[in-house]
Design a protein around this ligand. Structure first.
Ligand code: ZN
Length: 251
């Protein structure tokens, strides 16, 4: 089966560039949350695949994800999505980096990103986002765990207990701090170097923690539900070329 649908992965993005992307998407794609299309991941079929992406009557679906709970999302992308486009999106939260108001904010300067100086949101900002609704009264932003400390799981080697802790505790922390239903998708930290059918121990840990699927940080035609591919989007990405390419690749 082909990858389920295009999933875009943003980090920090200039507001005007994001507007250009959303202008192009508007009227052509319908942004959805992963839990709304969970059936596809549980049992991918051609029928569901065509409903998601190739239906003649409905707009093809797309998922917009923003990683790392950056303050940039809160002060720029969030209000553009909410106030200007009414577009659903998903944020992926490394729970160990979220501060409480009054304490110094943390930076996204984890391993492999040591020199970065991007500030990260506080719990009260994420709580604010978690309550936002779209014009139909549905949740606007889906919130997914993105591990505790953003260490790529490959680096734990055989220490599957630590992987389990990262997977389970990050979910618990989100539910506790935000009073949201249990997330059923996870976002793998780092993710580079993953192959879709390896890491059985990690897949098992995700399954054991009742996740339906997990997002990876790269695009690939090979996938399974614990290794769902995403397109990495930067300021220089041409959205129309990318998505028309996606369309040509499939089926
Ligand atoms: Zn990340």
């Amino acid at each position: 089966m082909p990858p389920p649908l295009p999933i875009l992965m943003y980090h920090k993005i200039d507001g005007d560039i994001l507007r250009k992307h959303l202008d192009w998407l508007r009227g052509k794609f319908l942004p959805v949350h992963l839990y709304e299309i969970k059936e596809y991941f549980i049992q991918p079929t051609w029928k569901i695949y065509h409903e998601l992406y190739h239906s003649k009557d409905l707009l093809p679906k797309i998922v917009l994800t923003f990683d790392d709970a950056l303050l940039d999302f809160y002060i720029s992308s969030y209000s553009i999505l909410k106030d200007e486009y009414d577009f659903k999106a998903t944020i992926c939260v490394p729970t160990g980096f979220i501060s409480n108001p009054g304490n110094p904010r943390k930076l996204d300067n984890w391993e492999n990103n040591e020199h970065s100086t991007n500030l990260i949101m506080t719990w009260s900002e994420i709580r604010d986002i978690s309550k936002a609704k779209n014009e139909l009264g549905e949740p606007l932003i889906e919130i997914l765990p993105h591990s505790i400390n953003h260490v790529p799981f490959d680096s734990y080697g055989e220490d599957i207990k630590e992987v389990q802790r990262q997977i389970q505790e990050s979910k618990k922390t989100l539910v506790l701090n935000l009073s949201i239903p249990e997330p059923i998708f996870f976002c793998l930290p780092g993710g580079a170097g993953w192959k879709f059918d390896e890491h059985e121990g990690i897949n098992h840990a995700l399954d054991k923690a009742n996740y339906i699927g997990a997002l990876r940080a790269e695009y690939s035609n090979e996938w399974n539900r614990y290794c769902i591919p995403r397109y990495s989007i930067s300021s220089s990405t041409c959205i129309s070329t990318l998505l028309m390419g996606y369309q040509r690749n499939e089926v």
